[in-house]
Design a protein around this ligand. Structure first.
Ligand code: KG4
Ligand code: ZN
Length: 368
């Protein structure tokens, strides 16, 4: 258990229910101003959706409703505080599955209303995007690669609510492509870790696969062509032996890692050109796919070559959690950005509202 926050520091209760994790956390600051996670409780619904091969919105909403009170209670207990010690309540209000968002937002608003506390309506993506500040105190601005089941984006993060989207997927999110590849090859859900495990025993050279967007000047991503190439290769070689599956996983993972490395190389070039004054430029990653070792290795190489520091928060804070929502709420509170209790849930809510919408933009996945 980390040091408790000093009594004077604001403590924020954060609630996350946008997809298939019911999560709550208490975050504050220590006397030196460093963010401290006092508790971080995540209840995954993965088993409840497994039989359906993806997240079922109705099941998710009901599971959130059943679990939310217990998860919030556990977060307070783990933090060794009562509601009387909480200074503000933050909840994810978008983007995500509307049923779950309503459950979390209502719970947060009810606590805020009954205790007379400020309410912070947090964008789930802002939670991911600010995580390197929670874990490593990274100063603004920094570049962010968000790679999850619902999103694949490059963002310039300049402050609370200040994001510039430099690139995004034009079709599938990378996690979604991992999950679909796994399903196609008969592997267990969630697909990403399963593909990574099988790739370890595979020959990435045996099946040639496309390198999506390689060399393109725009900073976008595309993974549906890669996924289709895996399907076509699998069909050509059916029935697949276990070694065939390993080799296909290795080829897919290699292509994905190379594509990410290629896009990030370009992004870092632009970053260095546009912000030459930054003494220590940072690229931070978040999202479940950031767990993938091949992708991490690719990013380490690219960052080392560009002279950019790579910040990879611990995996438990890269995937969906309540601490990132509590922390985003804390920064919003400190910036005087509290919301009214009439803040609406927003199933679609891009971080950079000025960026042109991208066709598809990875919104078809379960996590979208
Ligand atoms: O961030 P996350 O937990 O949830 C959201 O999408 O918001 O990310 C989940 C995604 C899934 O698509 C999962 O297959 C993928 O992250 N993932 C991985 C790995 N671990 C999780 N993908 C590739 N390699 C992994 N080791
Ligand atoms: Zn997420």
């Amino acid at each position: 258990m980390p040091d408790p926050a000093s009594p004077s520091a604001p403590l924020v209760l954060g609630i996350e229910t946008s997809c298939d994790e019911t999560a709550a956390s208490v975050v504050g600051r220590d006397a030196s101003g460093r963010a401290v996670i006092l508790s971080n409780v995540v209840l995954s619904q993965i088993d409840e959706h497994a039989a359906f091969g993806g997240v079922v919105p109705e099941i998710a909403a009901r599971a959130h409703a059943d679990a939310i009170e217990g998860v919030i209670g556990a977060a307070l207990t783990q933090a060794r505080v009562t509601l009387g010690r909480i200074d503000a309540v933050a909840a994810t209000v978008g983007p995500g599955l509307v049923g779950g968002l309503i459950v979390g937002a209502l719970a947060g608003k009810a606590i805020a209303a009954s205790r007379g506390l400020p309410f912070l309506a947090v964008n789930h993506l802002e939670g991911h995007a600010l995580t390197p500040r929670l874990t490593d105190g990274v100063p603004y601005p920094y570049l962010m690669l968000l790679v999850s089941g619902g999103h694949t984006q490059i963002l310039l993060v300049s402050g609370v609510g200040r994001f510039e989207r430099w690139g995004s997927t034009i079709d599938d999110a990378l996690g979604e492509a991992f999950d679909k590849t796994a399903k196609l090859l008969g592997l267990a859900s969630p697909g990403g870790p399963a593909v990574e495990r099988r790739a370890a025993g595979g020959d990435a050279e045996r099946f040639p696969l496309p390198r999506p967007m390689r060399g393109e000047r725009r900073l976008d991503f595309s993974f549906s062509g890669l996924k289709t190439a895996v399907r076509q290769t699998a069909e050509r070689h059916a029935p697949l032996s276990p070694q065939d599956v390993d080799d296909l996983c290795a080829a897919f993972q290699r292509a994905a890692a190379l594509s990410i490395a290629d896009r990030i190389t370009l992004a870092l070039q632009r970053y260095r050109e546009e912000r030459p004054e930054l003494a220590e430029p940072v690229l931070a990653v978040a999202g479940g796919v950031a767990a993938n070792r091949a992708i991490r290795r690719g990013l380490e190489d690219v960052c080392a070559r560009a002279g950019v520091r790579l910040v990879t928060p611990p995996l438990s804070l890269c995937t969906d959690n309540g601490a990132m929502i509590a922390y985003a709420g804390l920064e919003r509170l400190e910036a005087g950005l509290a919301d009214g209790l009439d803040a609406a849930v927003r199933p679609r809510w891009p971080l950079d509202e000025r960026a042109a919408p991208v066709i598809g933009s990875g919104r078809r996945g379960a996590k979208a």
